[in-house]
Design a protein around this ligand. Structure first.
Ligand SMILES: Cc1cc2nc3c(=O)[nH]c(=O)nc-3n(C[C@H](O)[C@H](O)[C@H](O)COP(=O)(O)OP(=O)(O)OC[C@H]3O[C@@H](n4cnc5c(N)ncnc54)[C@H](O)[C@@H]3O)c2cc1C
Length: 284
C-alpha cells in the first residue's frame, strides 16, 4: 500500500521543528520512521506533513552525569545500547533493546519515537516507567518535563501536545544493589511483546525497600503491577517470596485479549514472566 500524499520537511533545529508543527494539525514528526511509515502505508495514519528530525544533531547522544542518564530523543536503540556506561548502569536497557524487532529496527528506531508512539506492545515504555524516567519536551508554550506516569495515556496515546517535541529522556541511574531485568514473550510474527515485564527492585538491610514491576503488551499502556509490588516490599528475596509476588502479578490489571493471546493466557504469561524477571535479576 502507498501512503496518502504528504509534504516532507527537514527540521534544522528543535525550534525549527516546533515552528513547523505550530498551527499545522496535519503535521507529524518523523523520527526513525519504523512505526510511523508502516502506519502511513497501511493508511492507519495520514499526516499531511512530515517534519523530519533526522538532521537535528542536538537531539542525539547519551551522557551519564550526577546519577542521571540524559538521552537525546533521536538516539537510536543501537546507539543507546553501545553508549559508554549504559551496559554497566542499566543492564535492563540491554535486556530490552536486545529483543526489540531486528537489526534494522534497532539501527533506526529511536528512544523518543518509541516513547511518543506508546505502542501497547513496545518494550522500552515499560523499562522507562520501571526506572522512574521522565522526558523533556519543547513546544510553542515552552519547555516542560513530563514524568513517565503522566506520559502514557492509552493505546498509542500520550499526554504530548501536537506541537510538542520530546527532546531528551532522563533516566535516574539505579542505586547500587538495585536488581533489574526485562523479560518478554514476543509475538512470533511481529516480535512485539505479547507480554513484557520490566522490574527494578531496591533492597535495604537484606529486604526489599522498593519494587517497580511494569507490564507491557497485556495492557493498553505500560502499567504497574501494584499488587505484586506490595507483596515484595519488606520481604527477603527468596524462592517463596518471589513465587508469592509472581502469583499475584496479574491482579487488578485490565488485561486485553486478541486473536493471538486471550486475556487469561496473557494473565498466565504475566505470572510466569514476573517470576522469570525477578529470578533473572537476582542471579545476574
Ligand atoms: C518489523 C518491526 C518490528 C518491531 N518490533 C518491535 C519490538 O519488538 N519492540 C518494540 O518496542 N518496537 C518494535 N518496533 C517499533 C520500533 O521500535 C519503532 O522504531 C518505535 O516504536 C518508534 O520509533 P521511531 O523512531 O521509528 O519513530 P517514528 O516511527 O518515526 O514515530 C513514531 C511516532 O512518534 C512520534 N515521534 C517520534 N519522535 C518524536 C519526538 N521526538 N517527539 C514527539 N513525537 C515523536 C511520531 O510523530 C510518530 O507519531 C518494530 C518495528 C518494526 C517495523
Amino acid at each position: 500500500m502507498f501512503p496518502t500524499s504528504f509534504s516532507y520537511h527537514q527540521a534544522a533545529s528543535v525550534a525549527d521543528a516546533v515552528a513547523m508543527l505550530a498551527g499545522n494539525p496535519e503535521a507529524k514528526i518523523l523520527a526513525g520512521g519504523h512505526s510511523l511509515i508502516p502506519a502511513m502505508k497501511l493508511r492507519l495514519a495520514a499526516p499531511g506533513m512530515l517534519v523530519d528530525l533526522g538532521r537535528v544533531s542536538e537531539l542525539k547522544g547519551v551522557s551519564i552525569e550526577d546519577g542521571v542518564a540524559t538521552i537525546g530523543a533521536m538516539t537510536t536503540y543501537d546507539e543507546l545500547r553501545f553508549a559508554e556506561g549504559v551496559s554497566e548502569a542499566f543492564p535492563i536497557l540491554l535486556d530490552a533493546i536486545n529483543v526489540i524487532g531486528d537489526q534494522q529496527v534497532r539501527a533506526h528506531g529511536t528512544i523518543g519515537g518509541a516513547l511518543a508512539h506508546n505502542d501497547p506492545g513496545a518494550d522500552l515504555t515499560a523499562v522507562f516507567l520501571a526506572l522512574g524516567g521522565s522526558v523533556q519536551v519543547t513546544g510553542t508554550s515552552g519547555e516542560r518535563t513530563v514524568r513517565g506516569e503522566d506520559l502514557f495515556v492509552d493505546l498509542w496515546t500520550t499526554s504530548l501536545e501536537p506541537d510538542e517535541v520530546i527532546t531528551r529522556v532522563s533516566l535516574p541511574v539505579p542505586a547500587a544493589g538495585t536488581l533489574s531485568a526485562y523479560k518478554k514473550h514476543a509475538h512470533p510474527a511481529s516480535g512485539y511483546a505479547v507480554v513484557g515485564i520490566a522490574i527494578a527492585i531496591e533492597q535495604a538491610d537484606g529486604v526489599v525497600s522498593q519494587a517497580s514491576i511494569v507490564i507491557t503488551g497485556a495492557t493498553s499502556k505500560p502499567t504497574r503491577a501494584a499488587t505484586a509490588e506490595r507483596a515484595l516490599v519488606g520481604k527477603h528475596l527468596d524462592h517463596e517470596s518471589i513465587a508469592q509476588a509472581a502469583a499475584v502479578a496479574a491482579e487488578g490489571l485490565e488485561i486485553n485479549g486478541d486473536t493471538y493471546a486471550s486475556e487469561s493466557y496473557r494473565a498466565q504469561l504475566i505470572k510466569v514472566l514476573a517470576k522469570r524477571a525477578i529470578e533473572s535479576a537476582v542471579s545476574r
